[in-house]
Every structure is written in C-alpha cells, then in structure tokens.
Design a binder for this molecule. Structure first.
Ligand SMILES: C[S@@+](CC[C@H](N)C(=O)[O-])C[C@H]1O[C@@H](n2cnc3c(N)ncnc32)[C@H](O)[C@@H]1O
Length: 299
C-alpha cells in the first residue's frame, strides 16, 4: 500500500537507461560536471503525474529528444516540465520552470473533515504538498482534532504551503489566515480557496518572521487557535518570541523534525503546556515521522 506509486519507478528507470544509452552524463554535485541533475516525480491521488527534469546546461537537441520520448512513452504524465539550472545548488525555487506538455500543475483530492465531499488542491512544481497523500489526510485529522476549533474562532495556519491545512479547517472556523514563504504556493492557495468555494480564508506570502508580526496581528486580529507546520529547521526565534507574547489559547505544532520541534517546545514552555502529542507515520519504512503536539496556554 505504501510503496512508491507507479509510474515513478518506470519513469526513473527509463530516464537512467536513456542517459546511459545516449552517453549523456549524470550531474556530479561535487565536481559540478555532468548534465542530468534531478528528476522530480509527483503522483497525485487523482492519478495525475507531474515530472520535472533539471539539467545543468542547455543541450537543446538532447533535451528535446529525451522529453519527447518520455512524453510519448508515458501518457500517464499529465505535466512534463524542465529547468536549466546553471547554479551550484539544486534548488529550483529561484529558477524558471518551463512546461513541455500539460497544464503545469497537478490536482490532489482529499476528503473534507466533515466527510461531506472533498477538497481539491492545485499543486505546481514549486508548491509543497505532503509526500504521502493518504497519510496527509490522517495527519490533518489529528491536527484538527487537537485544534478543537469553534465556529466563531479566528484560526492562523503558519507555513501554509498551498493552503491545505487552512482550507481543511475553514469549515469549522469563522475565519482562517494562512502565511507562507513561496509566492507561487500562495497563488495556488488562493485559487484552491476559490475552486473549493471557501470564502473565509485569506493568504499572505512572505518570510514568516517578516509577515507574522505585531503589526500583522494589529491589522488581522489575534488568533484564537494557531496551527504551525514549519520546515525541518523549525520556527525562527522571532516567530517563537511573538507566540510567547501573544498568549494564544490553543496551538497545534505539526513537525517533520522532532529535534527542532523539541527545541521550539522548550522555548514555548515558558507560557504553553503540552497537552497531547501524537506521531503520524507519514514516511513508512524510514525513521522519519510527523509529530503533532497540542499546546495550551498555562493558567
Ligand atoms: C512542512 S511544509 C508545510 C506545508 C503545509 N502546512 C502542508 O501541510 O502542506 C512547510 C512550509 O513552510 C514554508 N516555509 C519555509 N520557510 C519559510 C519561511 N521562512 N517563512 C514562511 N514559510 C516558510 C515552505 O515553503 C513549506 O510550504
């Protein structure tokens, strides 16, 4: 059930064999030599497949040949994209992503918390989405159970990605506010809200420590409940400091890195008490987990 979804293996094996046969070299990060850099394959629960190939430099003829063969051999691929990245590092967030075929995004579907219908999420190549969609649903249910949202409450979703947690919880809340670094992800979050007819969600793009500030709270109100789901580095010290200052009645901290979560919880312990903690097996057969913690303001 939790094996890598096909056609992922077939695609990566095809690209590897193609490169060996055509004598097109794989990129070596240490020597910075080679051509084929990274291959990203995302298979959505809707069956849509997004493939992004990253090349170190442009070899138009070879690139065109590879993309054409891939496109023809795998009709399952709904969006095929590529990046020419001449930088030293592999990150594609600051790169132009060129669409070879398809609409340039995939759609995920997730049942609603209420069980009535589903939410659809548009996901572009630069947007975060949980790697294991079935377990993402389990994770979000645990997070929402711990959030104990009432329908007159204002909820913040920090590090919202494409707005998935915010939209999942919007049905329970008066209003939700999502904040996220990647502007393209926030564009997707806004579209996802409109496509799912969610009218009580607003989204803001920017670095958390610069957007989530006392001024932001003065403008948008103090949340009754806050969900935070930071990247592996955990939360910036300024963000933790504001959470201590704000004294929010309930918070839920979702983390894929227990070490940084423990560090942040240690800092938050000055004002907040851990009431519940539950791990979700998001990455089966690895030592990684998602851990969800409910925090309440100390009396
Ligand atoms: C673990 S993901 C969570 C995404 C979302 N909650 C979900 O479940 O799909 C962390 C998110 O934090 C964003 N992020 C990373 N650094 C950030 C920063 N400094 N400020 C705001 N968002 C940041 C990433 O782009 C990513 O979307």
């Amino acid at each position: 059930m939790f094996a890598l979804s096909e056609p992922s293996n077939a695609i990566r094996n095809f690209v590897r064999d193609w490169a060996i046969e055509k004598d097109m070299p794989f990129f070596n990060a240490r020597s910075q030599e080679g051509w084929l850099r990274t291959l990203m394959i995302r298979v959505a629960s809707t069956g849509e497949v997004l493939v992004v190939i990253q090349f170190k430099e442009e070899h138009a003829e070879a690139r065109e040949a590879l993309l054409k063969e891939l496109d023809e051999k795998f009709p399952e691929i709904t969006t095929l994209q590529y990046v020419i990245n001449t930088k030293q590092n592999d990150t594609i967030y600051d790169q132009d992503i060129i669409t070879y075929s398809g609409p340039g995004f995939i759609e995920e579907a997730m049942p609603k918390y209420s069980g009535a219908g589903e939410l659809r999420f548009k996901i572009g190549p630069k947007s975060f989405y949980q790697t294991n969609p079935e377990q993402a649903y389990e994770l979000y249910k645990v997070a929402l159970d711990m959030a104990e949202i009432k329908n007159d409450e204002l909820v913040f979703d920090l590090y919202t990605g494409t707005g998935t947690i915010a939209l999942f919880m919007a049905e329970q809340a008066r209003e939700v506010v999502g904040i996220e670094l990647i502007p393209e992800a926030i564009e997707d979050a806004k579209l996802n809200a409109a496509n799912n007819r969610v009218e009580n969600a607003t989204f803001y793009a920017g670095d958390m420590k610069e957007v989530f500030t006392a001024e932001f709270i003065a403008k948008h109100g103090k949340p009754d409940v806050l969900i935070t789901d930071p990247p592996r580095d955990g939360m910036h010290g300024d963000v933790v400091a504001l959470l201590l200052e704000l004294e929010i009645p309930r918070m839920v901290y979702v983390s894929c890195n227990s070490a940084t979560q423990a560090r942040d919880l240690g800092l938050l312990a000055e004002k907040y008490e851990v009431k519940q903690s539950r791990a979700v097996d998001m990455f089966p057969q690895t030592h990684h987990i998602e851990n969800v913690v409910q925090l309440v303001l100390k009396a």
